[in-house]
Design a protein. Structure first.
Length: 276
């Protein structure tokens, strides 16, 4: 029996660690999982999940697998760090949790429903390694999407770092929620958490499970949004993210759940992608 633990970047946790853990669960070989604060919703299938680790600033770490006889890192530790940013990568060894099925069923049992099709925007406004590089969907784009998709219920997600979500970066001030509150079709994260009586990560998993359109930013947001099928439009802004082809159209992220992956650099490409 295995204990699988991880405390590195969230994106690689949602791409590699949950895939290892869920596969072990299906094979009857998972004794427990360990992660950072707030991660239990991602390991809903684990009978024994601990949240006692601190998120590391390490750019890439592999899941640690502990058995009765030894401790080792998964085979992902043999990947070159830059391989994960390529357009094509074999992830056939992963078995991902059916988040959409599980959390849409949970939503139904809780009486959560929307009158219109759901579009989820999963944004961030954070400092990147090396300085205050803005990596986010900006106010003009948010305003345009809210207007263009006025016939949708739009769920807007952006965490308050170290409050809603543990991360080693820092927030850059942003008036996004203030601006979006003016739209009657936009639902904000704090309001939904209070209405549904759930934590931040359960809120975002339920939200994505109810949507077929997802707008995200290069990084963990985009990797999470790729678990729910439909269309995932990935905006890339940070200079280091621009050449990383994992965030480009039709990358291997499509193989997580059958999503249509669309890379976007500007508002025109965002709107075009979301209309697919």
């Amino acid at each position: 029996m295995s204990e699988i633990s991880f405390s590195g970047e969230f994106g690689w946790e949602i791409l590699f660690t949950v895939g290892h853990a869920y596969k072990a669960h299906l094979e009857g070989d998972l004794s427990s999982t360990r992660g950072c604060y707030g991660t239990s919703p991602f390991y809903y299938f684990s009978d024994n999940h601990k949240e006692d680790l601190k998120r590391s600033v390490s750019l890439f770490m592999s899941p640690t697998i502990k058995t009765e006889t030894h401790v080792h890192e998964s085979e992902q530790s043999y990947l070159d760090y830059h391989d994960i940013y390529k357009h094509d990568l074999d992830i056939s060894g992963m078995v991902y949790p059916p988040y959409k099925q599980h959390y849409s069923s949970l939503a139904k049992s809780m009486g959560i429903k929307f009158d219109n099709p759901v579009l989820v925007i999963n944004n961030k406004s954070s400092r990147q390694v090396g300085g205050n590089y803005l990596d986010r969907i900006d106010l003009k784009e948010l305003h345009a999407v809210a207007e263009e998709f006025s016939d949708h219920d739009i769920i807007y997600i952006r965490p308050n770092l170290w409050i809603d979500f543990q991360d080693d970066t820092g927030d850059i001030p942003f008036r996004d929620k203030e601006v979006l509150r003016k739209f009657s079709n936009v639902h904000l994260p704090g309001d939904l958490m209070a209405e549904w009586s759930v934590d931040f990560n359960t809120m975002q998993l339920i939200s994505h499970s109810l949507a077929d359109k997802h707008l995200s930013v290069a990084g963990g947001n985009a990797l999470l949004a790729s678990h729910f099928g439909g269309v995932n439009v990935i905006v890339r802004r940070w200079w280091e993210a621009l050449p990383r082809r994992v965030w480009h159209t039709d990358s291997y992220l499509k193989n997580i759940s059958g999503s249509k992956i669309i890379g976007a650099l500007n508002l025109s490409e965002i709107l075009e992608g979301l209309k697919l």
